[in-house]
Design a protein around this ligand. Sequence first.
Ligand code: CAA
Length: 381
Amino acid sequence: MNFSLNEEQKLIQEAARDFAQTELLPEVIERDDAQRFPKEEIKKLGELGFLGMMVDPKYGGSGLDTLSYVIAMEEISKIDASISVVMSVNNSLVCWGLEKFGTEAQKEKYLTKLSTGEHIGAFCLSEPEAGSDATSQKTTAIDMGDHYIVNGTKNWITNGGTASTYIVIAQTDKDKKHKGINALIIEKGTPGFEIGPKENKLGIRGSDTHSLIFNDVKVPKENRIGENGFGFKFAMKTLAGGRIGIAAQALGIASGAYELALKYAKERKAFGTEICNHQAIAFKLADMHTEIQAARLLVYQAAIDKDTDRNYDLSGAMAKLYASKVAMDTTVEAVQIHGGNGFVKDYHVERLMRDAKITQIYEGTSEIQKIVISRSILKKN
Ligand code: CAA
């Protein structure tokens, strides 16, 4: 297997790395502290073509493959995972689903603005009582002929306050269970649609996470994505790709923490020598390096599966499960290598450790990934 990047992918990697170093690093600690959404930085990310990376250029996208997307995700996540989650949701959960399953009119109206970053998108599946158990949707979309009336609450929605376009999953026919669920495009400002309070989070604090409240929101039928009852499958198919983006985010958080720990271990002295010369530290670095490379191979494999039209449910779930564990383990060890300095904000590793945790939770917890993986291998064997 050839895992080397082509010239175009190397250029994307370099562009993402430069952008992260020059535009994102300077204020990342302040954004995290203040829970400030990176509005200007996201605008620039859109100008660089990083918000609609896989979208056809005829809809304003960059027309790149999934591998290019995960490479860029890794570089941005090394510095600021609050920004890469906006990038991931917009690219994989919103643009990809709209391009793949939307009507031509929906693509023209919404996708072009989303893929350039003029608008930001949100994907609204989770509810107060439907997180992992995603088929238990309580939000309703009652069929009124030419429109739906939507009622309910969504929780922990990334880009909740800053998005303009929301893909909302809701139950139309309860008797049909998951086959009675629809995916609807709802615009910010639609009467009855309210943005709830912003969450005060452990990590990815620069990102904007809200609950959303729908009170008799009228949504035209032409805003439904796919056939009547396709909403749950739409969510599952979209999340299968989204998980590759989050796996890449986890990989980036891990590599960012590793790079900082390596640098620190080569500079910091204790007992008369640089601490990397102590086996206790050198072995930690060896474990980190090995695990990160293993995670990278899983992430690339999942991206290549998606690019070559192979089933990526299994490889995407494995990549997310493993990369998010590596992100957690690596960031904890990076803090340990930094000692007291690791516990203060200036050295970045404590933030990366806090940011790592969510990669084991959103877009399907690690336990959900194990359901997907075990079902897949048991079906095959
Ligand atoms: N592709 C296509 N269809 C799929 C699918 C996939 N990957 N996975 C499941 N389905 C289909 C099944 O085939 C089935 O359809 P049929 O009855 O027609 O065969 C239907 O969906 C229901 O599937 P299951 O019976 O397997 O459903 P389940 O109740 O056992 O749940 C689950 C399956 C995998 C656990 C699912 O509920 C799940 O993924 N839960 C986690 C939800 C999640 O990831 N939430 C994250 C929120 S989004 C987020 O975090 C975004 C953010 O802002 C960052």
